[in-house]
Design a binder for this molecule. Structure first.
Ligand SMILES: Nc1ncnc2c1ncn2[C@@H]1O[C@H](COP(=O)(O)OP(=O)(O)OP(=O)(O)O)[C@@H](O)[C@H]1O
Length: 352
């Protein structure tokens, strides 16, 4: 544990003359689970397919356990990489029972060892009682568990999951992401999952890589992606938030239309420089002592909390999340204060 397993170095993938991913760099630590997250068309699947060996690389390299599997002159065949895959559509063999589906990659093992391994895997994914059924007799969630057991059977060095839960409903998706995390952690298997669903990524992954337009914008923990977004794109894509304009008063304080906000570090901007200040819904708190009044424009009850869209006196719109025991009606004015433990500032400029 703790050693790098996979190195992706300055990777570029192309379809014909079109560059789809460029200068992608990351390392996966042995035993870690990571997600590639990004909007449709950003190159996630291409990157995953390149790691699996289904796509050649135009520049850079992919190495597993120190051995180069792909570079512009090398392409180790997918079946020689010891990499397992789980696909969005489960891709089970319809004419084989669940037991035979899981046993498919174990043909070289003697019969009794094969049976024992299949039993272990079915127990691991909680499907021991369904081994004799056929794929069409299972629910989507159960089929995806079979696909996971089948991919794990040959003991891959790395598991790749391509939008594995996207055919399932939201509740099952979250539940299965956590279950898959538990199973992979128990086995110490490293995995990379591709998804465009942030909640799914956060439920499964130790590290998340956010891709945009073929560029890896940030490779970080879910906590840091939310609290310390490295780019404006990541700030917008992860969680909710609004930007308000500000001016640097000193290296740590920004002056805005709603007052001076103290940051939690020295920022790399000149005094007087125009910046945009990221305000998350949890950066705005209720404070009866505050002179800052915000008008409620809209509210969305989400259960434990309620999300309010607020208009500040400067006419800036922000969103705030308050415990749902408080209830404010649209049109009401409420006293608020900015309490940003991680104040994120970006140089003011046009959207990326
Ligand atoms: N076989 C192909 N030939 C040409 N262009 C392709 C091919 N496959 C994908 N592309 C293009 O490459 C870009 C990245 O596609 P990719 O499937 O990697 O994105 P993605 O992030 O996985 O998207 P999604 O979430 O929609 O699956 C897209 O612009 C897509 O149109």
């Amino acid at each position: 544990m703790g050693q790098p397993l996979l190195h992706v170095d300055d990777l570029e993938c192309r379809y014909g003359a079109t560059v789809v991913t460029r200068q992608v760099n990351f390392s996966l630590t042995r035993g870690d689970l990571c997600c590639l997250l990004g909007p449709s068309g950003c190159g996630k699947t291409t990157l995953l397919r390149a790691i699996a060996g289904f796509e050649p690389v135009a520049a850079g390299s992919i190495a597993l356990d120190g051995r180069v599997l792909s570079d512009p002159t090398t392409l180790v065949a997918p079946e020689k990489r010891q990499i397992g895959m789980v696909f969005q559509d489960y891709a089970l063999f319809p004419h084989l029972s669940i037991v035979d589906n899981v046993a498919f990659g174990l043909r070289r093992l003697p019969g009794d060892q094969r049976r024992q391994r299949v039993d272990e895997l079915l127990e691991l994914v909680g499907l021991t009682h369904l081994g004799k059924r056929y794929p069409h007799e299972l629910s989507g969630g159960q089929q995806q568990r079979v696909a996971l057991a089948r991919a794990l059977a040959p003991q891959p060095r790395l598991l790749l999951l391509d939008e594995p839960f996207s055919n399932l409903d939201v509740e099952l998706r979250r539940q299965l992401s956590q279950e898959v995390r538990r199973i992979l952690k128990k086995l110490g298997i490293s995995a990379i999952m591709v998804t465009h669903d942030q909640q799914e990524a956060f439920a499964l992954a130790d590290q998340v890589g956010v891709l945009h337009g073929g560029h890896l914008q940030q490779w970080d923990t879910p906590y840091n992606l939310y609290h310390e977004p490295a780019t404006r794109f990541v700030a917008n894509f992860i969680g909710q938030g609004f930007f308000i304009p500000g001016t640097m008063q000193d290296r740590e304080t920004v002056n805005t239309e709603i007052g001076d906000i103290a940051g939690n570090r020295a920022y790399p901007f000149e005094i007087g420089a125009p910046v945009d200040v990221l305000l998350r819904p949890d950066d705005i708190v209720l404070d009866q002592q505050s002179a800052l009044e915000a008008r409620v424009e809209q509210r969305t009850f989400t259960g434990a909390s309620t999300l309010y869209r607020l208009r500040l006196p400067s006419q800036q719109v922000v969103e705030a999340s308050f415990n749902s025991h408080h209830e404010f009606a649209p049109g009401e004015s409420i006293p608020v204060r900015i309490q940003a433990d991680h104040l994120i500032l970006f140089e003011r400029r046009m959207e990326e």
